[in-house]
Design a protein around this ligand. Structure first.
Ligand code: TA6
Length: 317
C-alpha cells in the first residue's frame, strides 16, 4: 500500500472545526500545529477541553457532567456573568453559562498565527425580564503557538443606563491528586471565606495546600498565579488582566457527594482557580466596554521538594 506522501503526512488540521459534541450540542475545536487543541460548546460559551501537544487533557470535566440545558456543564471553564454568586434572584453564577451563544462571523482583527473563535451573547427578551440591561458579550478563545489557552471577554453596555456586574472564569484544572497540589502567589493576601459566611481573613505566609474543602475569594491578587502539581511535575501558570480577584475551590468529599453532576471521588482530581472581578463590581456607562482576560499555560516543573523556585515561575524568569 502506498505510504502517505510526506506532504499528506504533514497536512495540518484546519485550525478550527465546527462539529457536534455530546448530546448533539454544537462544538468548536481549535487546533494548533504542534498538536495542542481546545474545545468549546456554543452552549454556555463553555470551554470543555484544553490538551497539550502530547494530547494530555489539562482541564477537568466531571464524568457526570450533563451537557443538557438548562444545567451548566460541570467542569471546563464556565463563564460566570452577570454575577459571581449563588445568592440573589439570578441563577447561580448568572445566566451566561446557561445560554446558547452564537459565532461572531465578523470578528474584530484576528490574532496573528493563532487558532481562535469569537462567540457573542446578547440578552433575550426573557433575559431582560430577569436582568433588565442590554449588553453585548464577545468571548474570544485563542490557542497560541505554544499551546497557551487565552480567553478574552469584552462586555459592552448597549443600554441607555449604566449597569453593574461581577464576573469569573470558573476554571476547573485537572490535577493528579489534590494532595499533590500547591498554589503559589496568593500568600498573605486577604480573602473572603465562603465557608465562614464570607468573613474576611488574611492568608498565611506560604503556599496554599489542601487537606479539606476550601472555598476562598482572594482579593486584589497579583496578575500571575502558579498551580504546581508535584506528581505530574507540571505547573499551571494563570495570567490575568482586568480580573483583580481569584477564587480557589475544592469541594472535598462531603460537598462532592451532594452534587449530582460530580463524582463522589472526583474532588481528588480537580482544583478550581478562577480569575474574577467580585469585590469591586464593574459598572459600565452606556456604550462603555470592559475587558477581562485570562491566559493559561502548562509548563514542566522540576518541582520536587522545593527544587522549583515559585518566584521564578511567577516572575516568568
Ligand atoms: O467558585 C466556587 C463556588 O462559588 C462554590 O461556592 C461552589 O458553589 C462552586 O462555585 C460551584 O458552583 P455551581 O453553581 O457551578 O455548582
Amino acid at each position: 500500500m502506498a505510504s502517505a506522501s510526506s506532504d499528506q503526512r504533514r497536512t495540518p488540521l484546519p485550525p478550527v472545526d465546527y462539529i457536534k459534541g455530546v448530546n448533539g450540542l454544537d462544538k468548536i475545536v481549535l487546533h494548533e500545529v504542534r498538536g495542542s487543541s481546545a474545545e468549546l460548546y456554543l452552549y454556555g460559551g463553555h470551554v470543555t477541553s484544553w490538551k497539550n501537544d502530547h494530547g494530555e487533557e489539562l482541564l477537568f470535566v466531571s464524568s457526570k457532567a450533563q451537557f443538557k440545558p438548562p444545567k451548566a456543564i460541570r467542569g471546563g471553564i464556565p463563564i460566570c456573568f452577570p454575577q459571581f454568586s449563588n445568592l440573589g434572584t439570578l441563577e447561580a453564577h448568572g445566566f451566561a453559562r446557561n445560554r446558547v451563544w452564537s459565532i461572531d462571523r465578523d470578528p474584530p482583527p484576528p490574532p496573528n498565527n493563532k487558532a481562535f473563535v469569537d462567540l457573542i451573547l446578547k440578552p433575550t427578551e426573557d433575559d431582560l425580564k430577569i436582568w433588565p440591561h442590554s449588553f453585548e458579550f464577545r468571548l474570544r478563545v485563542t490557542l497560541g503557538p505554544g499551546g497557551d489557552l487565552m480567553l478574552t471577554s469584552r462586555v459592552r453596555n448597549t443600554d441607555t443606563k449604566p449597569f453593574t456586574f461581577t464576573f469569573a472564569y470558573h476554571t476547573y484544572l485537572s490535577v493528579s491528586d489534590i494532595s499533590e497540589v500547591r498554589v503559589e502567589g496568593l500568600e498573605t493576601l486577604d480573602y473572603l471565606d465562603n465557608l465562614k459566611n464570607k468573613e474576611r481573613f488574611t492568608e498565611q505566609g506560604d503556599a496554599i495546600t489542601f487537606e479539606g474543602e476550601l472555598d476562598k475569594i482572594y482579593l486584589s491578587t497579583p496578575p500571575k498565579i502558579a498551580i504546581l502539581d508535584h506528581e505530574r511535575k507540571r505547573t499551571f501558570v494563570l495570567r490575568k488582566d482586568g480580573l483583580p480577584d481569584a477564587v480557589v475551590w475544592n469541594p472535598w468529599d462531603k460537598k462532592a457527594k451532594s452534587m449530582a453532576d460530580f463524582g463522589d471521588e472526583e474532588y481528588r482530581h480537580m482544583l478550581c482557580v478562577e480569575a474574577a472581578a467580585i469585590e469591586k463590581p464593574i459598572t459600565l456607562k452606556p456604550n462603555e466596554e470592559w475587558r477581562g482576560r485570562q491566559e493559561l499555560s502548562a509548563v514542566p516543573s522540576s518541582y520536587c521538594s522545593g527544587q522549583l523556585d515559585p518566584q521564578r515561575v511567577l516572575l516568568g524568569t
